[in-house]
Ligand binder design. Sequence first.
Ligand code: RB5
Length: 149
Amino acid sequence: MTDKIRVVLSSDHAAIDLRQAIAAHIQTMGFEAIDIGPTTTESTHYPKHGEAAARMIAKGEADLGIIICGTGQGIMMAANKVHGIRCGVCHDTFSAAMIRAHNDAQMLAMGARVIGEGLALEVVDAFLKTAFEGGRHATRVDMIKAIEA
Ligand code: RB5
């Protein structure tokens, strides 16, 4: 058992290197990285990788998730189809902090063909270091949950 925050990572073929760099980075930050691949650059389908990571969070097998495809958009759309999941695409640190603080997002999506590794790691830091503020934001997140219910 570990008391570390568990972060699941997945990607498609467009983002293997960036995903692995993020996994190594967040381990140095004290998070547990659960990297579910894939490990080769063979062409694959982003929906199954977004879904797999999202389902781990929905089942309580991970606390947060970072998912990456070429743009971040497709893998985000797939993750958001899993009940209870809130995932946003962010390529700037302000948005990455706000999806935690205001939207209580469990998942961050990025595009490896959009963002360089240096900024991507800063975006990850902003996402992981920010807590949900609750209050009026909880009311609004509850409204999102009600749409699903
Ligand atoms: C794969 O070529 C590409 O479509 C995928 O990585 C992603 O950008 C989809 O949203």
